[in-house]
Structures are given as C-alpha cells and as structure tokens.
Design a protein around this ligand. Sequence first.
Ligand SMILES: *Cc1c(COP(=O)(O)O)cnc(C)c1O
Length: 376
Amino acid sequence: MIPFNKPYLTGKEGHYIYQAVLSGKISGDGIFTKKCHEIFESRWGFLKCLLSTSCTDALEMAALLLNIKEGDEIIMPSYTFVSTANAFVLRGAKIVFCDSRKDHPGMDEDAIESLITPRTKAIVPVHYAGVACDMDKIMSIANKYNIWVVEDAAQAIDSYYINNSGFRQPLGSIGTLAAFSFHETKNIMSGEGGMLAINNDLFIERAEIIREKGTNRSKFFRGQVDKYGWVDIGSSFLPSDIIAAFLFAQLENLDDIQTKRKKIWDTYYESLKPLADKGLFSMPVIPDYATNNSHMFYLVANTPSERTHIINHLKNHNVSTVFHYQSLHKSAFYHNIHDGRSLPETDRYTDCLLRLPLFYELSPEPVIDAIHTLNI
Ligand SMILES: *Cc1c(COP(=O)(O)O)cnc(C)c1O
C-alpha cells in the first residue's frame, strides 16, 4: 500500500541530537534552537522567530499577545484545522467564519470586509496548501479597520506572496504574527514542532516572556537583568533543544526537500491535467500572486459520491488518499455558536476535496496510473 505520508529523514537528525545532548543544555533555547532562529530570520526575513512546541502553541501565543478576550471577534476560514480557531476560543473570542474562494480552499478575501464589526480584533488567513492568500487585499482591510493579522502559515514554509509591485514576500513575514508547523506531515518537520514569527517589534519582548512561563528568563540568560521572576501571564511553549537539533537537519536540507516535492507535484499536475480537462475532477489553482511550495497535491471531485468512488478505486489500487478538513462552522463543538450563515464553498471542499500521497520518497507513477484507470 502506498501510504499517504512518510516522514523523510535527511540522515543528520541523530547526529545533531547527539550533539545537543553532549552540549549539556538539553532544555529550550540551546545551540540548535539559536541556529534555527538565525536561519529563519536571515533567510526569510522574519523580524524575530521563536520555536514552539507546535503550531497550535504558536497560535495560542499569538492570541495571548494580542490580548484576545471575551467578546472579541476573529475572522478566519471555516475550512481549516481546529487549532486555528481553538487558540482564540480559549481566550473567549467568538469565531466569525469566512467562506472559501471558488477557485481555492483559502478564504475569500472579498467576503472579509462585510464580516467586520466594532468587535473584530484580528483576521487569521490560512495559506492552504502553502498557497498564499491575497495578502495585499487582507492587509489593506486590516489597516483600514485597525485590526491585527495573524497568518496561519502552518503549511507555508518557503512560499511567497507576489505583491502588486512584483516583490516576493515570504509567507509569515507579512502579518503582525505568523505561526508555522513542523509536524511530521509538513515539508520540514521535527515530529511535533512549530514556530511563532513576530514581524512587529512591539511584541518581541512579551512573546519571550509568554513563552517562558510568564517570566523574564530570556532577558536573564542574556545578562540584561540580574535575576528573573514572574512578570506576566504565560505558559511553557519552548521546545527542548533535541527537537531543534532534529529540525536543524531538515532546515539544512530544505532546498533538496523542496526540489523533490516540487518535482512530484509537477508530475502529478502534468499527468492529471488531461483528465481534469475532460471534467473528471478539478485541479489545484495557483493564483498569479502566489508561489507553490508543493506542500500538498489535491483533487476536487465533482460530487461527494464521485470522491468516494475515487478514494475506493485508489484503495483497490493500493493507494491511500485522505480527505481533509471538515467545515468548522458545522462541527459538533461550534455549530450552535456559529451565526447560521451558510458557507457553500467551504462545504464543497469538505465534501469533495481529496489529497494524494506526497512525500520525499514517493514515486508518483503508480498513483497516476491508478487515476488513469478511473471510470467516472
Ligand atoms: C498542521 C496545521 C496546524 C497545526 O499544527 P501543529 O504543529 O500540529 O500544532 C494548524 N493549522 C494548519 C493550517 C495546519 O495545517
């Protein structure tokens, strides 16, 4: 059976973990955490990076930093992972869900402005499949109403938004805050892991405090204060340096990983396009303002029953496929709180989207051959 995902090891992970252990500082913010921070900040230009234990935790840090509280409203797509919403629900906020675009599962930027009220505190665009939301549109709405933007960049490492002047802006460097994931299903990973990118210096000092249990321990380690203590709310969001050592091995090999994934993605696209042209299903769309980091390859079936048919057909040909998010506005937890607006595009992706296997060591040919024998 071809699995849906298989975590890729570069071969250096064990070596760096051993070095981290030998260094004698295995807790957070050791040598490998610093090395990772430096690469992220210099290569992609994030103002300040802080590794976290997951993207979920980075999103929770974002909600804490923005002082989200009961009664605040947060606009985000309904077609996303639960953590995007939970981070803000934990602070007492109400989630105002935005429908997806017709051509892409990302949020419909033109639908955002009508959702804004005096209680709106933040917009949380999710760069689905690592494909940018239209950030110029989102940032101009945010600036007009004076609200924050937190990018859920969980899937979006090394992907870019091409702005109106043709300049490539790394995803995660545009909003005030951005959250990345290094879960084993992402392009580069550390099993579990994440990162908060901070693009406004107003938030840097407090982010360090919140990440270190509400203490100014980071300042203490830099010698800026002579003792550390409890100065704010916080929790334990920093990963062990062992996690960072693993991530560093992946980060070093990022170009190789991206090249390989892109090749698989392009092979899928070229080989399946003739079937999409015949109307069997639709293919991912990469808007002009977005690049493709080949995080994910998906198909959108014409109907839910056709999706079931495709999934079963591929299973019979030893290929595992999975569908993805379930509309959060219809979830068991939130459907009673949601304001009742229907979100037809979100529901369509919930019912019709399926993801094909995509991982470093995959040979896509058997998957492609199996799809070519589809009978819909
Ligand atoms: C993977 C993912 C998350 C959660 O990441 P973790 O590191 O597992 O917490 C959040 N949002 C999106 C869009 C994701 O794809």
